[in-house]
Design a protein around this ligand. Structure first.
Ligand SMILES: NC(=O)c1ccc[n+]([C@@H]2O[C@H](COP(=O)([O-])OP(=O)(O)OC[C@H]3O[C@@H](n4cnc5c(N)ncnc54)[C@H](OP(=O)(O)O)[C@@H]3O)[C@@H](O)[C@H]2O)c1
Length: 316
């Protein structure tokens, strides 16, 4: 398994398992199956509302002797309703409690977006602008978590180059990871180059074109990534599935990749993709199908006349 090395020598397996939309009742089995297959990297988040069940699965795996805690790489993310400096530690403590862990390997600011805590998910969102709670305030609190040893590494997610630059310019402790949407329709070459230069790793989310793709592509003339003729042709040439081509492509670009599945056969298939190499020709051909197309385009942050726009979210 290819690994991404951090500045202190820690190594993260390039392939991880995504858990967004992995439903309660399904995710427990999926995690145990994934550990049996050989997955050692898991991508979680408080907002996925399944961390308790994932924690149960980890405990079971430890009890059965399938794996030891220190052999796993576990990532989670700080949700947008806990960006205030005093809210960051309690948010991580909740995640650790749910996951039944003493520490995370990586903790990320999930989005560069903040809003007030709600009593119920049905309550309207009341946004807080980045002028009111600057990203620097949240980042400083993340640094404290790392100092306390509650997470070994800290990073961000859905950050643009200019938002990364802001933290790089103002802090000695810099983001070690940016988790962003990355796949052949959204290759983000400038970001890849920038992060390579800065020593920041990238994790590719929605690498198969997202669990939300079908809904998003309805009525659009964009074909789903897995059905793209080029991806299918390369899959046939290499005797792989389309999903495997997409996973291998991400790893070959030097990023981590976190496809989600709850099905044993797909978990196995996706895992095997991490042992595959695509030809230079195939990599070059995939290069040509970039559309700068986002499945997770962030429009949900731009509603209710809040301070966020697509322009100030992505800075493009
Ligand atoms: N930081 C962020 O803001 C952010 C945003 C989005 C996602 N993420 C992370 O990235 C992970 C992956 O992204 P994603 O869940 O959006 O989408 P994805 O991994 O690109 O696609 C998942 C979809 O593909 C299906 N699938 C999985 N393996 C397959 C295979 N071999 N053949 C055919 N279909 C397959 C899954 O269905 P089954 O489960 O039914 O197999 C699911 O519907 C998430 O789970 C989450 O951990 C992070």
């Amino acid at each position: 398994m290819q690994e991404l090395e951090f500045r202190n020598g820690d190594k993260m397996p390039a392939l991880g398992l995504g858990t967004w939309l992995s439903k309660p009742g399904e995710v427990y089995k999926a995690i145990l199956e994934a550990i049996r297959i050989g997955y050692r990297h898991f991508d979680c988040a408080h907002i996925y509302a399944n961390e308790s069940e994932i924690g149960e699965a980890f405990q079971q795996a430890f009890k059965e002797g399938l794996v030891r805690r220190e052999e796993l790489w576990i990532t989670s993310k700080l949700w947008c309703d806990a960006h205030q400096k005093e809210a960051v530690l309690p948010a991580l403590q909740t995640t650790l409690k749910h996951l039944q862990l003493d520490y995370l390997d990586l903790y990320l600011i999930h989005w560069p977006v903040a809003y007030h805590k709600r009593n119920s998910p049905k309550d309207p969102i009341v946004f807080i602008s980045l002028d009111e709670i600057p990203l620097q305030e949240t980042w400083q609190a993340m640094i404290e978590l790392k100092k306390e040893g509650l997470c070994k590494h800290i990073g961000v997610s859905n950050f643009s180059i200019s938002k990364l630059q802001l933290l790089i310019d103002q802090f000695e402790v810099q983001p070690e990871m940016n988790q962003i949407e990355l796949h052949p329709y959204l290759q983000q070459k400038e970001m890849l180059e920038f992060c390579n230069k800065q020593g920041i790793h990238l994790t590719a989310y929605s690498p198969l074109g997202s669990a939300a793709a079908e809904q998003k592509l309805e009525g659009s003339d964009i074909i789903s990534l897995m059905k793209h003729p080029l991806i299918q042709k390369i899959a046939k040439q290499h005797q792989l599935s389309s999903a495997q081509v997409l996973i291998a492509w991400a790893i070959q670009r030097g990023t981590a990749v976190i496809p989600k599945s709850v099905h044993p056969q797909r978990l196995q298939q996706n895992f095997e993709a991490s042992q595959t190499l695509l030809s230079n020709l195939s990599m070059g051909q995939i290069d040509q199908i970039d559309l700068h197309y986002r499945f997770i385009d962030g429009t949900f942050w731009t509603r209710d006349e809040g301070p966020y726009t697509l322009q100030n979210l992505w800075d493009e």
